[in-house]
Design a protein around this ligand. Structure first.
Ligand SMILES: Nc1ncnc2c1ncn2[C@@H]1O[C@H](COP(=O)(O)OP(=O)(O)O)[C@@H](O)[C@H]1O
Ligand SMILES: [Mg+2]
Length: 159
C-alpha cells in the first residue's frame, strides 16, 4: 500500500461537512486529522463537519488562524489547530499535542507546516476543483493507523 491514496470530490459545503461528519463517527481520542490545501479549499468547512459529527454545535467552529487552538465541547470533543500563523517549519512543541490527543481527536489546518508524522495522522489534501467542487484526498494511508484508514473508507463509501 505504498503511497496509497483515496480521494473523493464533494459538490458544495454540505457535501464536505457530511463527509467529515461520517468520518467523525469513527474517531476517538488520540486520532489526528491533518488538513492541507490552499486558502478556501474547505479545511475549516471540513472541521465544521467533524464537530457536528462529534455532537458539537458546529456554529462555533471558526478558522482559528489567529488563536492557533480552539477546543469544542466540555469535556473536549474536538481540538482544532491552525498552523498558518506559524508558517512553514512550524515548531509545535508548545502545543502539547500529546496532551490534546489524550482528551479528544485533533484536527489541524495547514498541517504541512509541521512534521506531524510521529503522531500518525490521517492526512487529507483538499483541492479546489471547481466553484463548488472540492477534491479531498487521503494521502500516505500506510502511515495512518488502520482503524483511521478504515474510518475514512467508510466515510468515502457514504458519498
Ligand atoms: N465543496 C465544498 N466544500 C467546502 N467548501 C466549499 C465547497 N464549495 C465551495 N466552498 C467554499 O469554499 C470556501 C471554503 O472555506 P474554508 O472552509 O474556510 O477553507 P479553508 O479553511 O481551507 O481556507 C467557503 O467559502 C465555501 O463556501
Ligand atoms: Mg481555514
Amino acid at each position: 500500500m505504498n503511497g496509497a491514496a483515496l480521494a473523493v470530490t464533494t459538490d458544495g459545503v454540505p457535501g464536505t461537512e457530511a463527509l467529515a461528519a461520517r468520518l467523525a463517527a469513527g474517531l476517538r481520542p488520540g486520532d489526528l486529522i491533518a488538513l492541507d490545501g490552499q486558502l478556501g479549499a474547505g479545511k475549516t468547512a471540513f472541521v465544521r463537519g467533524l464537530a457536528a459529527g462529534l455532537g458539537v454545535d458546529a456554529r462555533v467552529v471558526r478558522s482559528p488562524t489567529f488563536v492557533l487552538h480552539h477546543v469544542y465541547g466540555a469535556p473536549p470533543r474536538l481540538h482544532h489547530l491552525d498552523l498558518y500563523r506559524l508558517g512553514p517549519g512550524a515548531g509545535i512543541g508548545l502545543l502539547d499535542l500529546d496532551g490534546l490527543l489524550e482528551s479528544a481527536p485533533v484536527a489541524v489546518e495547514w498541517a504541512g507546516y509541521a512534521d506531524l508524522r510521529p503522531w500518525r495522522p490521517l492526512r487529507l489534501l483538499l483541492d479546489i476543483a471547481g466553484d463548488q467542487l472540492r477534491r479531498i484526498e487521503a494521502r500516505d494511508l500506510e502511515q495512518a493507523p488502520a482503524r483511521l484508514v478504515a474510518a475514512w473508507r467508510v466515510a468515502v463509501a457514504g458519498t
